[in-house]
Structure formats: C-alpha cells, structure tokens
Design a protein around this ligand. Structure first.
Ligand code: RUQ
Ligand code: CUA
Length: 637
C-alpha cells in the first residue's frame, strides 16, 4: 500500500464518502427504538464504563438504553457524592483538582473480566486509579509515577491483572526535575514504559519497574494473550524526535516505530539484578538487556494498537494512512528468534516489516482504534471518514489477498469524527459481541442547542447481523475516550456498607456514643445520622478551635443516603448507609452555622438539621468586647 500525504488524504476525504447511512423509514425507527428501549422498571443488560476525560471522572451508563446512571468521581472533586470534601477523599486527591481519564481497564483473570476492579489512567498528572466494583468507588490513586510524564498509553491490564502497563506520551529530561533545553531533545529527553504491579488479593498498586525508551511519543497500546501472552504493544508518533511545530515536524517519516515489549522478560531482568535505580524505581536499559524491547515500523503516525481475542493478530491504525496494518504475532516471534531485523535504533532491534506484517486492510481515512467481536471480525473507528468499518481478520483467501478491498465488509456512518469505539468484551478472549458503541469527537449540532459548550456524542450499533445497524445515540459531558462494557449479571455490588464490616475507628453505631469532646483547642464531634436526625444536633466550639467531625450513617437500608452540608464553611459530606465520613476545619469566625442533610431522605428530611455554634475566643471578648456573651463556654454536651 502506498503511503500518502496529509494533503492527499484531505482531498480524498472530500470526494469519498462510502459510509452507509442508516434507514429512517417508520419501520426502521420503530425497530431501533425497540432495540434500545428499556421500559420503566426494567434494567439494562450491560454496564458501560466511560472514561470522563478531563472531567477527571468515570461515567456509568447502561446498554442498550445508553442512559447515564451514575458518575464515579476519581481525579476531581464531585460535590454530588461529597468527593473531595471529606478527609478520606481529600487524601486520595492530594494537591490535584483534576485529571484526564483516558482508558479504563476492567481487571481480568485468564483473559476474562473478573468483575473486581476498574483501573483508569490520568494522562495529565501521571496517575492510575483503582475503582472497586464492589462499591463503585475510587479506592486508590497511585502517582504521580516517577520518571514518567504524560501517562496516556495506559492503563493496559495483563491477562491475570498482574500489571497495569503504561507508556509515556511525553518525554522529558530524567529524573524529573532535571532541566535540559528542548533543542537537545534527542540527546537529553527520554520516554518510559512502566509496569505497575497489582496485588492479586487487594488490587493495591505499586510501581514495579520501568523500561527506558527513546523520546518517541508513545501512543495507544494493548496487552497480549494466548500466543502473545506476556507481551505488550504500543504505537508511537514522533519517531522524528521533533520538539516543536509537531504537526509538521513529527509527521515527516512514512513509518513510525511501534514497541513490542516482553514484560515477562522485563520482570525477570529486574529479578536478575539487571536494572539500575532511578528515583527508587528499577530501570531497565533495553539496549543492555536484550529481549525486552523490539521495534516494528508501522505507517504513518499510527494511533491504536489492538490485540484480537485470540492473541495472534495485532492491528495498528495509521491516522495518516488509509489502512490498518495487521501484525501476525507468530511471525513476530519467528522474526525475533531468527533475528530477521532491518537494523536497530539505539541498540533496539527493528523487526523486518515484510516478515511480521500479514497485510494492510484498506479501511478508509483516519483509522484510529480496532475492536473485535470474537467471530473473526474487526471494527475500526474512522476519524476522517466518520464511520465504523467492519472487516475480516486473517486468515484471508488468495482472492482476498489479491484484492484486500474484499476483506472490507461494511461501513456505517457516525456523527461525527469517531475517536474510540468499544465492542462489548473486545479485549477479553471471549467477547460478548452484540453491541458496539462509537464515541464521537464532534456532535456538531445533532442535539438541542445548548450554546457553545457542547457535549460529546455516542452511538449504539447492533453488530449481530452481517450489516451493522445504528440504533441509538446519546450525549455525555466531556469527554469519553475509551470505555469498557461489562455484563450486569457478572457483578453484585453492595448497596449498603454492612455494619459488621465497618473498620473506621471513629464510627459510632449508637446515639449514646455520640457527642462532642474537647482537649485543649481540639474539638472532636461524633455524630450519627439516621432518618431524620443528627445526634447530637448541636456542636459548640470557639474561634481558634480545630474541629473534627465524624458522621456515621447508621442506616442499613438501600438508598438511605444522608448528607452533611455546613453552611458558609465549604463542607459537603455525603454518607452512604453504613459509612463514616470525616472533615476537619479550623474555626476562624464566630457565628451560628446551621448544618443540614443534603440528600432528600424522608418526609422530614427538611427537619434534619442542627447548629455549629462558634463563640468568639475569650481573648477576643476581653480585648475587643464586641463579641457575644458566654464566649468562654466550651464543648457543651
Ligand atoms: S486516545 S481517540 Cu487518548 Cu485513547 Cu484514541
Ligand atoms: Cu437525611 Cu435528608
């Protein structure tokens, strides 16, 4: 396949619209409506976990309805669940108030979803978070990851959730904090592949090891399974190693180099003492430890790189090449064993293109990501063509090999500029198939006008037949990148925190244990919340005190959530049934500050309120004389 220039591509895009439009007859409309209709009282069949992009959150929708059901806050405060207001979530967030969530990954056992955790990466602040699917809450945020900047090529999970693998989008002088001139980019800057170790019992993550790379911009990737077990793959753009005017300078070469990483070999090299330490992380220099890293040339400025359910085929989408490139892992393995190299880059072997590429599939313009249904078909999102293309994976017949257009089976138009797509279960060895969701970068006025801040659009496509069928569309806040789909019947989240599991030392379950205590200027209040009362409903303190409040929601009933909003003190707790939450403030101004339940919990919800009474300090009263009487009283019960 001839590789063509950006300009030719744009010219082609104007004259070539081959995507099939969907029927809009009354019959089609009725059939589509029924296919995605979930009647009142009925439930969706699948969860759709969308990354929330720079909202820092994860959105949960149902399939087939595409209805948004809940938001899981991860890297940014979310007042709806009080996230970022209580001490527990403040600690998770640290000093950051946002993150950029790109690629969610469900935990796997034996290349199948095991329903335990959802991991998401933060492209902006180099972090990874773990959401527990038992309660749909964020339980850990790891990072910023050392020696690593721009955690975009992430979070890719290995077959048994041994590791989350990450590659850097940006390169900087390492270790972080070292300064070099970007003009010396090639010499002074480096990228990194990181293996984040996941504890098999608890899911707790820690940085395992890292592999130093040239300063290419690593892009999307995925992990192997079956024959490619123990391997991982990333595309890259900017093998030109440009540092400015990237749009031009990083798109010079017809082919960029993809990374083929043997993560088991990396793990072993570290165990064998072949790593050196940087910022407390064992770092492997792949030029000195052969067998860990290989390159494969892929054209041009590629983006997605997706392993199929068998683990044999690896498909790269070339943003600036009108084709997807299919690598055959068995020939990759053979090329490595036989040293079928076409040279090296800084000591890293480059596998010979012809030896490892099975073929190029002429899918159209702007192929980004590929997903699979487990029946031998692949589905590629087309950014420029605005469509989804269905095509046939190898093995191909001689006739198909002669005319690769024959492997392209169907195209359906999307609206517009599709980025990621997800097929239910595509990254497992047994996809559910059935549904595909296209995540479009532009909605371009297909929704009611909401002004210049526009939502993102998603479209639901039925892939059960020979021809794809678009049945529904929906909108989300910015901005879904990738998503994961999980069958609802595969998990059973809790709906209350069981009392007997409470480990919070400040939890109280009996109103007799509730109250306010003082030691010096430290005032501690322990409250219970239950329909429709806080006990105690009065907290007394004075200016200058450090006030700590623990609120336990002692309900054990589903949906009996209480809030604790403290007026003019910027405190917003939301406490689920059986949960204890804490806040801490320094009291700076005198006054009477009402607190109230923010979740409408009962007929007497409005009555669920109390007072924080903050008297001026004794010294203030003595010297200023302007504050109210009784300033010396404290911690009344
Ligand atoms: S990238 S639109 Cu962040 Cu996943 Cu491909
Ligand atoms: Cu508790 Cu409203």
């Amino acid at each position: 396949m001839k590789i063509i220039s950006t300009l030719t591509l744009i010219a082609l895009a104007i004259g070539l619209t081959t995507c099939r439009k969907q029927g809009t007859s009354a019959g089609d409309r009725t059939a589509n409506a029924l296919a995605s209709y979930v009647a009142p009282g009925e439930k969706d069949e699948y969860y759709l976990f969308y990354s929330g992009g720079h909202s820092g959150q994860v959105f949960v929708a149902g399939i087939p309805s595409l209805r948004h059901i809940s938001t899981i806050p991860v890297f940014a405060p979310y007042p709806g669940t009080g996230y970022g207001s209580d001490e527990e979530s403040k600690k998770l967030l640290g000093d950051f108030t946002w993150g950029d969530v790109h690629h969610p990954a469900l935990s796997q056992t034996n290349s199948k979803y095991d329903g335990r955790w959802l991991f998401v990466n933060d492209n902006a602040n180099n972090r990874i978070a773990r959401i527990d699917l038992r309660d749909f809450k964020t339980h850990q945020i790891l990072g910023p990851i050392p020696n690593s900047i721009g955690n975009h090529g992430s979070s890719f999970i290995t077959e048994n959730s041994e590791y989350i693998l990450c590659a850097t989008r940006f390169s900087v002088p390492l270790p972080k904090g070292r300064v070099a001139d970007p003009k010396d980019y090639e010499k002074e800057f480096n990228g990194m592949v990181s293996g984040i170790k996941v504890d098999p019992q608890t899911g707790e993550m820690k940085v395992g090891w890292q592999i130093l790379t040239p300063p290419f911009d690593w892009d999307l990737g995925s992990t192997g399974k079956g024959p490619s077990s123990g391997w991982a793959f990333w595309t890259s753009y900017n093998t030109e190693m440009a540092h400015d005017v990237m749009e031009v300078n990083s798109t010079q070469k017809d082919r960029d180099l993809c990374a083929v990483v043997n993560w088991r070999a990396a793990e072993k090299a570290v165990a064998d003492g072949k790593a050196t330490m940087m910022d407390n992380v064992p770092i492997i220099d792949p030029a000195k430890v052969p067998g860990v890293l290989y390159f494969v040339p892929i054209g041009k400025s590629p983006h997605g790189m997706d392993v199929d359910p068998t683990g044999k085929w690896i498909v790269a989408g070339g943003k600036l090449q009108p084709a997807t490139t299919v690598l055959n892992f068995e020939t990759v393995q053979a090329a490595i064993n036989n040293k079928t190299f076409e040279g090296d880059f800084r000591g890293i072997p480059i596998l010979k293109y012809e030896a490892v590429v099975e073929g190029e599939v002429p899918v159209g313009l702007g192929p980004l990501h590929t997903q699979y249904d487990g029946k031998g078909f692949a589905y590629t999102s087309m950014f420029i063509d605005s469509c989804i293309v269905k095509w046939k994976l190898p093995p191909w017949t001689d006739e198909e090999k002669k005319d690769m257009n024959k492997t392209v089976l169907d195209k359906v138009q999307t609206h517009f500029s599709t980025g990621h797509l997800v097929v239910a279960g595509s990254d497992t060895k047994n996809p559910y198939g059935k549904w595909l969701v296209a995540m479009n970068k532009l909605s371009a006025g297909r929704h009611i006008n909401v002004g210049p801040s526009q939502p993102e659009s998603s479209q639901l496509i039925d892939i059960t037949g020979d021809k794809m069928k678009m049945v529904a569309e929906s909108y989300t806040e910015p901005e879904p990148h990738f998503a994961q789909i999980l069958k609802v019947s595969e998990i059973q989240p809790i709906e209350v925190y069981p009392k007997e599991e409470s480990k919070d030392p400040n939890a109280i379950w009996d109103k007799d244990a509730a109250g306010v205590t003082r030691a010096g200027n430290q005032v501690v209040a322990k409250l219970t919340a239950i329909r429709s009362r806080f006990t105690p409903d009065r907290i007394d303190a004075q200016v200058g005190d450090d006030l700590t409040v623990h609120v336990t929601n002692i309900e054990q009933t589903r949906d009996m959530i209480h809030g604790f909003g403290l007026i003019e003190q910027n405190i917003n707790l939301v406490i689920d049934p059986g949960e204890t939450k804490t806040f801490h403030i320094k009291l700076k101004k005198p006054g009477v500050f009402p607190f109230y339940c923010t979740n409408f919990c009962s007929a007497l919800h409005q009555e669920m309120q109390g007072y924080l009474v903050v008297r001026g300090s004794t010294t203030t009263t003595a010297s200023g004389g302007g504050t109210t009487a009784g300033a010396s009283s404290s911690a009344e019960k």
